[in-house]
Design a binder for this molecule. Structure first.
Ligand SMILES: Cc1cc2nc3c(=O)[nH]c(=O)nc-3n(C[C@H](O)[C@H](O)[C@H](O)COP(=O)(O)O)c2cc1C
Length: 245
């Protein structure tokens, strides 16, 4: 990637707009891929990285995704699409990856020689994370939620342990990655439009995803036609959303 011409973070944030009409101009696959790589550097809850990214470049798949996105403008002219997928269902695999990484950092030594901090980190992934993620058709999650509410009367406790809460956890982190991607694209004068207007079942079928996978966003990508930016940017007054305590 040509680092010299890149915008600063604040310039890229200012430049990014949701673009609904893109130029008939190809994007460099490798540059888009590099922006996806930067997306994966987003912070993620417990470093679980419960996400996947699908870079769509073939006209047939773009066409299918456009139809599944109700033929909306941002999809119709997109030169590529990036589908950000939340994969809460991969939690066991990600626990394993984190545990393997930690052990590789600790070096070859018997578990008895692990420091307190090392033991805590391993325990976190081997006991606490599975306690939060393990569920059975939502029943265990509801039970955990109830127990945590009772403990919460006496001391501060993490309360969001229902199945729906864990879905939000995965979606939240995936959205941060999506934003990293869009800002990285803006930095190199590439444009995007995040979309949640689509038929998620059809999108999952097109991408051959299991039913447990959730589509976080489809991001239309291309280079803006000035007419593809629909008017001035609108934000409610900053004073309405900013509070200082
Ligand atoms: C989660 C999410 C979903 C969105 N879905 C759509 C969509 O389906 N179609 C669309 O044209 N724009 C969509 N947008 C773009 C918003 O309309 C846009 O971000 C907003 O109007 C602010 O404009 P700006 O991005 O140019 O600052 C979505 C944005 C987000 C964050």
């Amino acid at each position: 990637m040509d680092l010299i011409k890149e915008k600063s973070v604040s310039e890229a944030i200012q430049y990014r707009r949701s673009v609904r009409v893109f130029k008939n101009e190809a994007l460099d696959n490798e540059k888009v891929k590099e922006c996806i790589r930067l997306a994966t550097l987003a912070p993620t809850s417990s470093n679980m990285q419960l996400w996947e990214f699908y870079q769509i470049t073939t006209p047939e798949v773009l066409e299918k995704l456009t139809q599944a996105s109700f033929n909306q403008n941002a999809a119709k002219t997109a030169r590529q699409m990036v589908v950000v997928v939340a994969r809460k269902d991969l939690w066991r695999k990600r626990v394993q990856s984190n545990v393997s990484f930690l052990k590789s950092q600790y070096g070859e030594k018997p578990p008895a020689d692990y420091s307190k901090r090392e033991k805590f980190a391993l325990n976190y992934y081997q006991k606490i994370v599975p306690t939060l993620y393990f569920d059975f058709i939502g029943i265990l999650g509801a039970l955990k939620f109830l127990v945590f509410q009772i403990i919460g009367i006496f001391k501060p406790i993490y309360r969001q342990a229902r199945r729906s809460d864990m879905r939000i956890v995965a979606q939240k982190s995936a959205a941060l990655a999506a934003q990293n991607f869009m800002i990285s694209m803006a930095a190199i004068n590439y444009d995007t439009c995040p979309m949640e207007g689509f038929d998620s079942l059809r999108v999952k079928k097109i991408l051959n995803l299991p039913s447990a996978a959730e589509i976080n966003m489809i991001i239309g990508c291309g280079i803006r036609e000035e007419s593809g930016v629909y008017g001035e940017r609108f934000r409610v007054p900053f004073e309405e959303v900013y509070f200082k305590l």
